[in-house]
Design a protein around this ligand. Structure first.
Ligand SMILES: Cc1cc2nc3c(=O)[nH]c(=O)nc-3n(C[C@H](O)[C@H](O)[C@H](O)COP(=O)(O)O)c2cc1C
Ligand code: SF4
Ligand code: FES
Length: 598
């Protein structure tokens, strides 16, 4: 079949190209057009796109092969992407996957793929079918799903959004369960865009807004916790255009807060973008949203269109740009490479994006939650914000809690609430009356904590400094809770498999180190490990730290070091017994109990 876009699609591509200063930045969206028009991305289609964008076919092919999320020619009608990362594994994803593998027959119209965290860890085990989420999957559901696909009657279930109740009144999550919360009408009914219009109509001084955000002490909610106002002040002062880029990649395993904010309150994000873009004098904004958030991207686009039609953007262009399945595109320089139409390769810093970022211009990259917090700081004032949390970690923060708790979900609470309160009071404690073994407190990249560290007195508090003092990190706020029937060797294997898969491969310590540790952990878990290899894991991990272009290597190495040193006895037991002493495959698959927020 000829892979030539029709005129309407060519015009659509031209409209997309006009959103970027360079045509090739439209490469990822152009591949999506191929997918939509021809059902997949194939060689002939890539040659066509190369010609339309004025780049070489080799360039298109090189970029395409970096990303996992495009539909390939060999993919069948239904592509099941089944999450296998730690939070889903803790909830039995392996057993579901094995069941699906046995059930699906060679002539079924189904392709089954194992993928990494889909940012829906509260509904684990979960999967996607052609981009639609399917939550709390059990083997029986798998049977029904396969049968309906065979009959050609498969329909994606309607997504259910739940929010566990807490004693802390939410701010960003306040309206997410109200029907129609994603519409402009609903947003404006609750005072939405008033703060932006006050800023714009009142011709507020942009530097004053930056100063206000600086004084609030707001720290980035995407992972590094860098002070937002400080970052904005770092913007290079030159004659190049400035860009505001929103990091909606949400790829850190254990984190699923931005998904809820985007799906249920997109206008609040747009208002944050308008105010922040005004403050930093940006030319325009790009929202880089992970490819798997198919519905999220549609919701955002609809909200942007609604706001534009209502004259609320005031001429400030906002472009929704979908990624295509690569964890490293959450790292800000990897994200910018991807947004420019390249492989998502991180770049050496300095220069930092605020000096030289997107298209070599001064660029601010901020997380969704960070930008949404800006609206409330301007609306309610610096003092209001600083009343919550601590001096150095002020404000509210959304913690995504998953794994072996009774009530997984998003919890928006003041920073510095004790971790044990989050686990035992808010999230209902350890599921099935079991005991706590460990907690990964800030997304999978955070070093693990033992139960003793979590339950200690004085309690370990969830703020940036307290967690750094405990030699771990608050990161993205993804709290992964692990019970005492879980094997840490297996958890290490899964963790390093993730990082090995997601390493972009530019740096030898990262590319080789992640694979090496993955292999050593696998060997131990399978009962083939030797005592002398236990500390080898620590040695290899140590040799990866601080020696690479970006910190993905550290994000893999530091959790590995913490697991192998804090749980050394478990590694020794595997070597001594020549097998894993834990009972695998016996996980409870009943859906998590979640209370609806009143
Ligand atoms: C490997 C890696 C993955 C990351 N993934 C994300 C992500 O999915 N979302 C995000 O907001 N930040 C992510 N970050 C952090 C970003 O690099 C960057 O610090 C952040 O977007 C800045 O926004 P903030 O200051 O508002 O937090 C990641 C960092 C690394 C090293
Ligand atoms: S540390 Fe790993 S992910 Fe980061 S640039 Fe190097 S190889 Fe790529
Ligand atoms: S959605 Fe499966 S681990 Fe996050």
């Amino acid at each position: 079949m000829s892979r030539e876009f029709n005129d309407a699609t060519k015009q659509e591509l031209e409209r997309i190209c006009s959103r970027y200063p360079k045509r090739e930045a439209a490469l990822l969206p152009a591949l999506r057009l191929l997918e939509r028009e021809f059902g997949c991305v194939d060689e002939e289609g890539m040659v066509h796109v190369a010609r339309l964008l004025g780049v070489s076919p080799a360039k298109v092919f090189g970029v395409f092969t970096f990303y996992t999320h495009y539909k390939r020619p060999e993919d069948r009608k239904y592509v099941i992407e089944h999450c296998s990362t730690v939070p889903c594994a803790l909830r039995g994803s392996e057993a579901v996957h094995d069941h699906l593998k046995k059930t699906i027959q060679p002539d079924d119209p189904i392709t089954l793929k194992k993928v990494e965290c889909l940012a829906s860890c509260d509904t684990a085990p979960c999967l996607q079918v052609n981009g639609d989420f399917v939550d709390y999957v059990t083997p029986e559901m798998g049977d029904r799903m396969v049968a309906s696909m065979r009959a050609g009657t498969w329909k994606a279930p309607t997504p259910i959004y739940k929010l566990p109740a807490t004693k802390y009144p939410p701010v960003l999550l306040k309206h997410v369960l109200e029907p129609g919360s994603e519409t402009l009408e609903h947003y404006q009914r609750r005072g939405g865009y008033e703060t932006w219009l006050k800023v714009y109509d009142g011709k507020r001084n942009p530097d004053e807004i930056i100063e206000e955000v600086f004084k609030s002490g707001l720290r980035g909610r995407g992972g590094a916790g860098f002070p937002t106002g400080q970052k904005w002040k770092f913007l290079a002062k030159n004659d190049k255009p400035r860009y505001l880029v929103i990091n909606a990649d949400e790829s850190e395993p254990g984190t699923f807060k931005d998904k809820m904010l985007i799906d249920k309150d997109p206008h609040a994000l747009i208002e944050g973008i308008l105010i922040s873009g005004y403050a930093i004098k940006a030319k325009c904004s790009y929202i880089y949203i992970r490819g798997e958030f198919v519905t999220g991207a549609q919701i955002l686009q609809k909200a942007v269109d609604e706001a534009e039609a209502a004259g609320l953007l005031k001429g400030f262009p906002i472009t929704v740009h979908r990624g295509a399945g690569a964890y490293i595109c959450g790292e800000e320089t990897g994200l910018l490479s991807s947004l420019e139409g390249n492989r998502g390769y991180p770049k050496i810093k300095p220069p930092f994006p605020a000096v030289e970022g997107l298209f070599r211009s001064p660029t601010i990259v901020n997380n969704v939650e960070t930008i949404m917090s800006v609206v409330h700081i301007l609306k309610n004032g610096v003092e209001w914000f600083r009343k919550m949390g601590t001096e150095k970690s002020p404000g509210m923060k959304i913690f995504s809690v998953c794994g072996h708790v009774e009530r997984p979900g998003n919890y928006e609470i003041p920073l510095s609430v004790p971790l044990k309160e989050v686990i035992y009071d808010l999230a209902g404690g350890i599921r099935g009356g079991k005991n706590l073994k460990a907690v990964i407190p800030g997304g999978l990249s955070a070093p693990i904590l033992t139960a003793a560290e979590v339950l200690a007195d004085p309690p370990l508090r969830m703020d940036f400094d307290a967690l750094a003092a405990a030699k771990t990190m608050l990161g993205s706020g993804g709290i992964i809770v692990i019970d005492d029937e879980t094997c840490i060797v297996d958890t290490l294997w899964n963790t390093l498999r993730f990082y090995h898969h997601e390493s972009c491969g530019q740096c030898t310590p990262c590319r080789e180190g992640t694979g090496w540790i993955e292999k050593m952990a696998a060997k131990m878990e399978q009962g083939r490990g030797r005592d002398d290899e236990i500390m080898k894991i620590d040695e290899v991990a140590w040799s990866m730290v601080g020696r690479t272009i970006c910190v993905l290597a550290d994000a893999a190495a530091l959790p590995a070091r913490s697991m192998v040193t804090k749980f050394k006895a478990e590694f020794e037991a595997h070597c001594a017994a020549g097998k894993c002493p834990y009972k695998h495959g016996s996980v409870d698959l009943t859906p998590a109990k979640v209370l609806i927020h009143g």
